[in-house]
Design a protein around this ligand. Structure first.
Ligand code: SAH
Length: 392
């Protein structure tokens, strides 16, 4: 592994990690508000409405997150607007790079001491940001590090958006060698269950797709929301008339096993969750991505591939197989390559488009959940022996 020099960040603050305060939502930030809301907020501070656009252009258009760099604002105004609309939401406490600088992971401390992480992945034709939607996660999937931590709290809209704006700034700086400088994709595959933080995630998506200066101007189809399968929230998403890509973390085609691997299956069964996913695909005209972490001797049997093939045959869906990122202390491991190949072969034979996800960032615990989990362990806030994988 080559750890490359990374962009400068503020020094480690070990006490900030161990000082765990009561979870609480952060102060308001401009990314919490749409343009009209920002205008109203600015007016409420006794400033002319055009300042809202000026601030927005800095933040969303130029990816400037620090008011000190907004030198066209008079300093008194700048101070006032900073306090009221640009509070620091994310403090970087660790940043690592691997894959020759093409993968970068940032561990953030939030205002209440909670930890979350984001990953930036560069490819020759695109750059993808993998962001967190919650601190911790309440879904308790046994193979996922974040799932072992439990839920600390939901992230605010701005805490989600600010991860993306930060990563877009890193991309724009040219730090990801061999990739275009523009961040083009966002996947909600970091810590947390996005649909369990539904209104804030949807609002964050709206901010990501709104054209600058209201938002970042990303294409909807380049945004992927990944879910364990919270059926009522999936149905709500269908009604939003958005066309973001939906990923469903299925991991097993049968209820017996899925009840164990994705405990929320005890509430919403495979058939029900697939129905909701297919309805989303029908509504948007976009294929849903069926995520399936291949776990040796657990869910990788040929009969399960065949069953999955039957469930998905003829549907607007494709399968994204994820080699399990084996977790220290866990009894589970990734499937051997020949088993993986046979699984792929059977799915394709059933007419189901299937890809195997790359395993970016493993060398830097690139898997979402793992770095924050390590910090929590060091801080004595709970030993976590599992791991989670980051998506592309
Ligand atoms: N809660 C959402 C998003 C979080 S994680 C969801 O479950 O979809 C993104 C993906 O990584 C999910 O498909 C998740 O099941 C998968 N994942 C978690 N831990 C993993 C591991 N150890 N190895 C491989 N994939 C893992």
């Amino acid at each position: 592994m080559t750890i490359l020099p990374v962009i400068p960040i503020s020094p480690d603050q070990p006490d900030a990690v161990s000082t765990r305060r009561r979870p609480s939502m952060p102060p308001r930030h401009l990314a919490d508000l749409d343009l009209a809301g920002r205008k109203a907020a600015v007016a409420g501070l006794g400033e002319p409405a055009f300042r809202a656009k000026q601030l927005s252009t800095h933040y969303f258009g130029r990816l400037v997150r620090d008011a000190a760099e907004m030198t066209d604002l008079p300093s008194a105004t700048r101070d006032k607007l900073t306090t009221e609309l640009l509070p620091t939401l994310l403090t970087p406490i660790r940043e690592q790079a691997c894959d020759d600088g093409a993968t970068r992971k940032t561990l953030w401390r939030l205002h209440d001491g909670a930890l979350v992480e984001s990953v930036l992945m560069g490819y020759p034709d695109r750059i993808t940001a993998c962001v967190s939607s919650q601190a911790g996660c309440g879904m308790a999937c046994p193979f996922c590090a974040t799932g072992q931590q439990g839920l600390t709290r939901n992230l605010s809209v701005a805490e989600i958006v600010d991860q993306v704006v930060y990563l877009a700034g890193v991309a724009a700086s040219g730090a990801v060698t061999g990739s275009p400088p523009r961040l083009s994709r966002v996947v909600f595959m970091g810590m947390g269950e996005p649909l369990a933080n539904y209104p804030r995630v949807i609002e964050a998506v709206r901010r990501l797709i709104a054209p600058a200066p209201e938002g970042l101007g990303l294409s909807q189809r380049h945004i992927t929301v990944s879910t364990v399968g919270l059926v009522p929230a999936m149905r709500r998403l269908i009604a939003e008339q958005l066309s973001v890509t939906l990923a469903l973390s299925l991991h097993a085609p049968d209820d017996d096993l899925r009840d164990e691997l994705v405990p929320v299956n005890q509430r919403w069964k495979v058939a029900e969750v697939l129905d909701a996913a297919f309805d989303y695909a029908a509504q948007t005209g976009r294929r849903v991505s069926i995520e399936y972490a291949l776990i040796r001797d657990v869910n990788d049997q040929p009969w399960r591939a065949d069953l999955l093939g039957r469930l998905l045959h003829g549907k607007l869906a494709h399968v994204n197989l994820i080699p399990l990122n084996p977790t220290p202390g866990s009894k589970w491991d990734a499937s051997p390559k020949p088993v993986e190949r046979e699984f792929v072969r059977r799915l394709r034979e059933a007419g189901v488009a299937t890809t195997v996800r790359d395993t970016r960032g493993r060398e830097i615990d690139g898997a979402c959940g793992q770095l924050a989990a390590g910090e929590l362990t060091q801080a004595g806030a709970g030993a976590v022996a599992a791991d989670a994988e980051v998506a592309q």
